[in-house]
Ligand binder design. Sequence first.
Ligand SMILES: NC(=O)C1=CN([C@@H]2O[C@H](COP(=O)(O)OP(=O)(O)OC[C@H]3O[C@@H](n4cnc5c(N)ncnc54)[C@H](O)[C@@H]3O)[C@@H](O)[C@H]2O)[C@@H](O)CC1
Ligand SMILES: Nc1ncnc2c1ncn2[C@@H]1O[C@H](COP(=O)(O)OP(=O)(O)O)[C@@H](O)[C@H]1O
Ligand SMILES: [K+]
Length: 520
Amino acid sequence: MIEAHTGAQVRAAETPFLERGDGPALMRRAAHGLALACSRRLRERRGKVAGARVVVLAGTGNNGGDGLWAGAELARRGAAVLAVATGDRLHPEGEAALRAAGGRVLSLGGPEGAGAAGRVLAADLVVDAVLGTGARGGLRGAAAALVQEVLDGLPDGAGPEVVACDVPSGVGADTGAVHGPVLPAGTTVSFGSAKAGLLLPPGEALCGRAVTVPLGLEPALPAPALRRLEPEDVAALWPRPGAGSHKYSRGVVGVVAGSATYPGAALMCTRAAVDAGAGMVRHLGDPETRRLVCLTSPEVVASEDHPTEVHVQAWVVGPGAVGDPAQESRIDAVLTGAVPAVVDAGALGAAARAAADGALGPGKVLTPHAGELAQVLAWLAALGVLEEAPEREGVEAEPARWAAAAAAATGAVVVLKGATTVVAAPGGLLLTQADGSPWLATAGSGDTLAGVMGAVLAACAEHPDAFAAAGSWARGENRFAVAAALAVAVHGQASRLGGLGPVPPTVLAQRVRDVLRARA
Ligand SMILES: NC(=O)C1=CN([C@@H]2O[C@H](COP(=O)(O)OP(=O)(O)OC[C@H]3O[C@@H](n4cnc5c(N)ncnc54)[C@H](O)[C@@H]3O)[C@@H](O)[C@H]2O)[C@@H](O)CC1
Ligand SMILES: Nc1ncnc2c1ncn2[C@@H]1O[C@H](COP(=O)(O)OP(=O)(O)O)[C@@H](O)[C@H]1O
Ligand SMILES: [K+]
């Protein structure tokens, strides 16, 4: 599990160390870790550190200090290190250390400043140490102009190796929000703990490989602001049957999906629930869709029942279920009922209305993409539940903020789907997953995810401690968010199984099965 913290959390943990006078030691430790990561990149790129051209973009604060100390270490190993001071001052001890090691300093505001971009572009490695957790907004003024000039001058697929110090400058350490121009990093070396912004879109895409340098303050860190499940967590947590299991104890998934106009969504959703290992899958819908479901997934029990007439552990409602009054009535019954449910696509509007009326039942997991979340937020604002609602672009710029706002306003878990998917629980728990291949961006991927999620939700619905192995944070209501993250992770892993390439939903569902057979 990757655990990430905010800058404020790391600073709070650091305070007792600073009060004991350990600040310089912490910085040396951080800088040493940064220098090691830079040395590794240089050896990969050119075989050795000695003789490498290194540019440190150094801001005025401690982030700049880390970069200067790391630069000093690289200079002692024979690299030619130039620090570009982006502000009106440098961390004094860091600057002295760099100069003592033979490094040089160029001031961006001085006479040589105009040549800085050329020096950056000609470097083997650039350390981005302008802004860290103390940043207010993004790069401004001369520093922003320098980075923009470098971005404009970067040859396609080439250019210097970029190692970001703690966080790429211009990426919000807590939010992942991107302000102004940012130099995309190949590696980001963070100190004490990964910063939450490294695991949140859109900033995540600019962070490259994430490396964390331990500082010794880790035991003093509070519960993380954000978590990410790794493949070994998925293998450990995915619900498995035991010798005493039977189909009902494993979890029955009820699917309210499809309509005469959109039968395919029901086929993909039910197929995925079967392939994700549900104890049993029921489908409720119109006669023609039911016939097709039975032909493509004979494992599924299809009927024209109303949700109140069948007993399931979890529902999946919404995929393709539009323009059919009988489906809409079924969806309303599920939304206001007490059984957990994945609420997707066509059911999201009804969920927003139910939430505004205080009628949305417990254990609901909404799965919008950014456009759908913007619509849900607009409905919630129109119904007086939220004060403001952004456009789709606003959601994409601050996905965690808006997923969390929707979760708080509805009392449901909100799964904001995308290349990085954000899972926000109403109590504040936040997880993000970035396991999927870009080939997942194809019609029907979401229907498949909904089916997979239904299977996990059904398995944990009656077991508040289903995921307690992950820690006490995963218990109770939070298990629904963990179930959602597990489904997102397996869906993403399945899309990459066997290499990158097209993964139409039928293939994807089979690969979900293969991922689970291999790992769970
Ligand atoms: N928290 C920790 O445990 C440790 C933190 N360290 C480093 O300390 C960093 C935080 O240091 P600071 O608190 O000094 O903060 P920063 O170095 O991130 O930035 C603060 C400086 O930048 C200026 N500034 C802020 N926003 C700006 C903007 N948009 N444009 C231009 N200038 C701006 C401020 O006026 C201030 O001088 C971390 O990111 C990390 O690199 C390490 O030295 C080791 C230990
Ligand atoms: N660029 C991308 N990289 C990785 N995964 C993606 C990307 N774009 C979309 N996805 C994933 O694909 C799925 C698409 O779901 P959705 O938008 O509901 O599609 P549909 O409604 O067509 O089924 C989601 O799981 C989402 O996270
Ligand atoms: K930085």
